[in-house]
Design a protein around this ligand. Structure first.
Ligand code: GLA
Length: 402
């Protein structure tokens, strides 16, 4: 099946289910992609730089506005339906996908948007629990659907902010802006550099000719990942407070701190806070170096930066885990690999590896066998294919967005 036929089949399935459940009529579609972060980890909530790539794996929502006060949504993947009262709530149980839908509706209502009823069918191709940001894809697609159905004037920056608040309040994760910005503005040509201080972004070339990016999923997601993530956010804030207490001028976030400044006040910081801050400060420098490496088409340089990023996340930021460290070590031992590191929030999930295209088969074999031998687990691989940022509109017969 070609990509176009696959999209047509996907759209036809959503239309069929929507008609069966909610009756015939015209439909609109919203979609948003997952993402992989190439480099710039745990910098976004300190207003730093990130370099993510939107994936060609996305979530689709087929929808139609209704006259009721309800948002009704069927999840094709889970075989579940939820009905949310758009006027009052209440939110679904913790961890349930409906909390995202409810949460975003509540945030939008809270800032004065009048929501209309909506009947929707949701279907996704972003692997969940793999650190590929399926929750941000769901939030962004849902936000576009709600805005379209209700005729809301909702700028992308406002949607990104509202989605982030919904994740904070209803999923309990104090995430940064990265996942929402890349879900909205990602591009099939390659990564975008986001400056999280003001949300601005610009395109950056993809991997040099002959090199590819490969995701390796560890099969591990630690239970306390959200708690540990929030703890890192709080530690950065504590480091910033300690630095601010030293009356450093204009200090708004660790983004404004350079290594010389940090070294100068090292003795004033608790060792753990110093290490957290050092990761953020150095990672920001690495992101800008990675942009230069991509612009120069220098895979070896980019690979070194990925390895350094991993070491820093493992030792200073302590968001890796034994399984992921094994995957990175195995990856770096394969001939043709430039570099590898943990990607996403951490505590499990996936690694991203830059390697020669010709080395992909060898890589899969060696890493799968090594991982099985060392950890008794199966690794899963996915080649990173960049995809377009979110969109909303009608789907024509050829499944093109307009
Ligand atoms: C998660 C968060 C992002 C970002 C990454 C770490 O994916 O949602 O905002 O902080 O972790 O870089």
């Amino acid at each position: 099946m070609t990509d176009r036929e696959a999209r047509q089949a996907r759209a036809a399935r959503l239309r069929r289910v929507h008609a069966e459940r909610f009756g015939p009529g015209p439909l609109r579609f919203a979609r948003a992609p997952g993402r992989v972060n190439l480099i710039g980890e745990h910098t976004d909530y300190q207003l730093g730089y990130v370099l993510p790539i939107a994936l060609d794996r996305d979530i689709w929502i087929a929808f139609r506005a209704s006259e009721s006060a309800l948002a009704r949504a069927v999840s094709l993947d889970l075989g579940e339906e939820v009905a949310l009262d758009l006027k009052v709530g209440p939110a679904g149980p913790p961890g349930h996908w409906s909390r995202y839908l409810h949460g975003l509706a509540a945030v939008l209502r809270g800032v004065g948007h009048e929501l209309r009823g909506i009947d929707a069918v949701v279907q996704g191709e972003v692997p969940t629990g793999a650190g590929l940001s399926s929750s941000a894809a769901l939030l962004v697609a849902w936000g576009l659907a709600l805005a379209d159905a209700g005729g809301l004037a909702l700028e992308p920056a406002e949607l990104a902010h509202a989605a982030r608040l919904a994740e904070h309040r209803y999923a309990g994760v104090r995430s940064g802006p990265m996942d929402f910005v890349v879900a909205l503005h990602g591009r099939p040509e390659g990564p975008i550099l986001i400056d999280c201080a003001d949300g601005s972004f610009r395109p950056v070339p993809g991997p040099p000719v002959g090199a590819v990016l490969l995701l390796t999923w560890s099969g591990v997601k630690h239970e306390l990942a959200a708690t540990a993530y929030n703890e890192r956010v709080a530690q950065c804030e504590a480091a910033l407070r300690a630095l601010g207490a030293l009356e450093l001028p204009g200090l708004r976030a660790l983004r404004s701190v350079d290594e010389g400044l940090l070294e100068g006040v090292r003795s004033e910081l608790e060792p753990v806070l110093y290490r957290r801050a050092r990761h953020v400060v150095r990672e920001n420098v690495r992101v800008l170096a990675a942009v230069s490496a991509l612009e120069a088409g220098d895979a070896a340089w980019l690979g070194r930066l990925l390895r350094e990023s991993h070491e820093s996340l493992r030792d200073d930021y302590e968001v890796s885990c034994a399984e992921i460290d094994t995957l990175v070590e195995l990856a770096c031992g394969v001939d043709g690999v430039f570099g590898s590191r943990i990607t996403g929030g951490g505590f499990g999930g996936a690694t991203v590896t830059l390697l020669e295209r010709d080395a992909v088969e060898r890589f899969r074999e060696q890493v799968a066998a090594g991982y099985r031998a060392a950890r008794g687990r199966e690794a899963t691989f996915l080649e990173v294919v960049a995809g377009a940022g979110a969109s909303v509109g009608e789907l024509t017969g050829s499944a093109r967005w307009c």
